[in-house]
Write a protein that binds this ligand. Structure first.
Ligand SMILES: Nc1ncnc2c1ncn2[C@@H]1O[C@H](COP(=O)(O)OP(=O)(O)OP(=O)(O)O)[C@@H](O)[C@H]1O
Ligand SMILES: [Mg+2]
Length: 242
C-alpha cells in the first residue's frame, strides 16, 4: 500500500450495478474518494450517477465488484450498519419532513444514539454553530423555510450521525444561484474544517469543477475520463459535450 492509498476513504472497484440481474447500468465503474476532498461524479442525465451512490449506500446490491469503505468491502453490510460505520447519504430527492420543525428534523438525525439526550443536545448545538440561521428558526416548520435553508436542515440532519464519508446527490437542484452558492460553501466548509470526505454527484458542471478536488466523468455507466478538477478546464471541451 502506498501513502496515497491510505488517503482513500471510499473506493468503488470494478463495479457492476443494475436494477435487474442481467442488465447492468454501471459497467466496470472505478471511483476513489480521498480523505478531506470533494470528489465529483459528472455525466449526462441517465448515465448512472445516482445509481452509483445508491449502490454505495446499500440500496442496490451490485452484480459485481466491490465497495470498499476504509479498505473494507461493505457489500454485505446492511445500510443501517453502513451509517454506523460513518457513511451518510443525501439523496437527489429531498428527504426532510416538511411538517415537522427544524429541531424535530435534527433530532431524527440522531436516531443512532436516540437514548442519549445529552449527546443529541450536543450534536444539535454543533449544527447550530455550523448554520446559525437554523438556530434562529429551530421552532419553525421546515416546509416554511427557503429551499436553501431546507437543504441546510437536511445536511444538518445527516451530520447528526457524525459521518466521515458523505454521499451527496445534486445538492443544489432547483435552487437559485445564490442559495446554490450557500450549499456549495457548506460542502467546502465540511471538508476543509471538519475533514469530511465527500462524493458529489452534480449536473452543475462548472460549480462542481470549482469546488471539487478530483473529477470522474461517466458515459453510459462507464468511466470516460478522470482527473484533478484543476486539469479539467482545458480538457473540458475535449471531454464534455455540453
Ligand atoms: N428504480 C429504477 N428502476 C429501473 N431503472 C432505473 C431506476 N432508477 C434509474 N433507473 C435507470 O438507470 C439509469 C441510470 O439512472 P440514474 O438515476 O442513475 O441516472 P443519473 O445519472 O443519476 O441521471 P440524472 O442526472 O438524470 O439524475 C437510467 O437509464 C434509469 O432509467
Ligand atoms: Mg441522478
Amino acid at each position: 500500500m502506498t501513502d496515497a492509498d491510505e488517503d482513500i476513504v471510499l473506493e468503488l472497484r470494478d463495479l457492476y450495478v443494475g436494477y435487474y440481474k442481467d442488465l447492468n447500468i454501471l459497467q466496470d465503474l472505478n471511483v476513489k474518494a480521498r480523505k478531506g476532498q470533494i470528489t465529483a461524479i459528472l455525466g449526462a442525465n441517465g448515465v448512472g450517477k445516482s445509481t452509483a451512490l445508491k449502490a454505495v449506500f446499500g440500496f442496490l446490491r451490485p452484480n459485481g465488484g466491490q465497495v470498499l469503505l476504509e479498505g473494507e468491502d461493505i457489500i454485505d453490510v446492511p445500510t443501517h450498519q453502513r451509517i454506523l460505520k460513518g457513511l451518510a447519504y443525501i439523496p437527489q430527492q429531498p428527504g426532510i419532513f416538511k411538517d415537522m420543525s427544524v429541531e424535530e428534523n435534527l433530532e431524527l438525525g440522531g436516531w443512532t444514539f436516540k437514548r442519549d439526550k445529552k449527546q443529541i443536545a450536543q450534536k444539535m448545538e454543533a449544527n447550530y454553530e455550523r448554520f446559525p440561521v437554523l438556530k434562529e428558526k429551530r421552532k419553525q416548520i421546515t416546509g416554511e423555510l427557503s429551499g436553501g435553508q431546507q437543504r441546510m436542515v437536511e445536511i444538518s440532519r445527516t451530520l447528526m450521525a457524525e459521518p466521515r464519508m458523505l454521499l451527496v446527490d445534486e445538492p443544489t437542484a432547483g435552487l437559485s444561484k445564490m442559495l446554490s452558492e450557500e450549499v456549495y460553501d457548506m460542502l467546502i466548509m465540511l471538508t476543509e474544517e471538519e475533514n469530511l470526505t465527500i462524493l458529489l454527484v452534480d449536473q452543475e458542471i462548472r460549480h462542481a469543477l470549482h469546488i471539487s478536488d478530483y473529477v470522474y466523468v461517466l458515459e453510459l455507466g462507464r468511466n470516460k475520463f478522470e482527473g484533478p478538477a484543476s486539469d479539467f478546464d482545458d480538457l473540458e471541451k475535449a471531454f464534455w459535450v455540453a
